[in-house]
Design a protein around this ligand. Structure first.
Ligand code: SF4
Ligand code: MG
Length: 301
């Protein structure tokens, strides 16, 4: 097992403000060579969960285990930092504009103690010409820059790749290419890939399994084809219905009907109940704290 997240709680605390439970008890696994798509509206806790896996957010409760060892203690952070690599939404923010692309990839190779791979080899692996190593990030398109960021992540020899909205800043034409590239690289190297996106159609294209997050909770997880054919949580259904049909390449709307509740003050019972067309009395009182579909309509026998 590459990654095992169990009942993870991550709280954001700032002085004079209410505590926000950005991740409020989430469980998820990623196996070696497996692609898991994590979807949900912005602000639902996807990025916070990803940062916690990288050791960048303190864990309030629950556990994160990477290759059998806990991620939380600081002593393990260094090991985790090379074995887990994250690709962010904005490749410009994560690449240094003043340094040549090849030098930045070389940093990753050095950190991983890799003396045999050349930066140009990694550029080739992400579908770019070897000569690009001598150039600077501003010479490239968004899609090319994201490929460079991926090459730099690969330099560290990751066993888990995390993409936090890695395609949402790209042109439509580059989105599926970059997503497919990340999947192929992860699968070929036996690394797991946790791919965070609000674009369900791209997740469908690359993910083996899909996990749906709502207000800090994972409300449904399952095989991608099965979830697609038969979404069971009312929130998953709403997300899938929000995709424009003709080319299947749409994204979900910024908001579903009804207001997104304040994460600092989530609704009692099922967190989706104020927006759920199927809400029952029990939904307002008791939380459906079970999987793989956290909904009273799908309570395990
Ligand atoms: Fe809707 Fe109730 Fe299921 Fe929540 S538990 S999604 S309110 S039916
Ligand atoms: Mg985010």
């Amino acid at each position: 097992m590459t990654l095992h997240i169990e009942d993870l709680v991550v709280e954001h605390r700032s002085p004079g403000r209410p505590v926000v439970r950005a991740v409020a008890g989430a469980s998820l696994t990623v196996q070696p060579g497996e692609v898991v798509g994590l979807v949900g509206e912005s602000g639902c806790g996807k990025s916070t969960l990803a940062r916690a896996v990288c050791g960048l957010n303190p864990v309030t409760a629950g556990s994160i285990t990477f290759e059998g060892r806990p991620v939380t203690p600081l002593g393990l952070r260094r090991r985790t930092l090379t074995a887990v690599q994250m690709v962010f939404q904005d490749p410009y923010a994560s690449l240094n504009p003043r340094r040549r692309v090849g030098e930045q990839i070389a940093d990753g190779l050095r950190t991983a103690g890799d003396r045999t791979t050349a930066p140009a080899d990694l550029l080739e692996r992400v579908g770019l010409p070897r000569e690009f190593a001598a150039r600077h990030p501003h010479e490239f398109s968004g899609g090319q820059r994201q490929r460079i960021a991926i090459a730099r992540a690969l330099a560290a020899g990751p066993r888990l790749l995390i993409g936090d909205e890695p395609i949402s800043a790209l042109d439509a034409s580059a989105q599926a290419q970059v997503a497919t590239l990340m999947r192929d690289l992860a699968v070929d190297s036996g690394a797991g890939l946790l791919f965070i996106s609000h674009d369900l159609s791209v997740v469908r294209l690359i993910a083996d399994r899909i996990a749906v997050m709502y207000l800090g909770k994972i409300v449904e997880v399952g095989d991608t084809a099965e979830v697609w054919a038969d979404p069971r949580h009312p929130y998953t259904r709403a997300l899938l219905q929000a995709i424009p049909k003709p080319d299947g390449m749409g994204v979900l709307p910024a908001e579903l009907p009804g207001d997104v509740p304040d994460p600092a003050n989530p609704p009692a019972g099922c967190r989706f109940h104020p927006r759920c067309p199927l809400a029952m009395d029990v939904c307002r009182e008791k939380e459906p704290a079970f999987g793989p579909v956290a909904c009273w309509l799908h309570e395990p026998a």
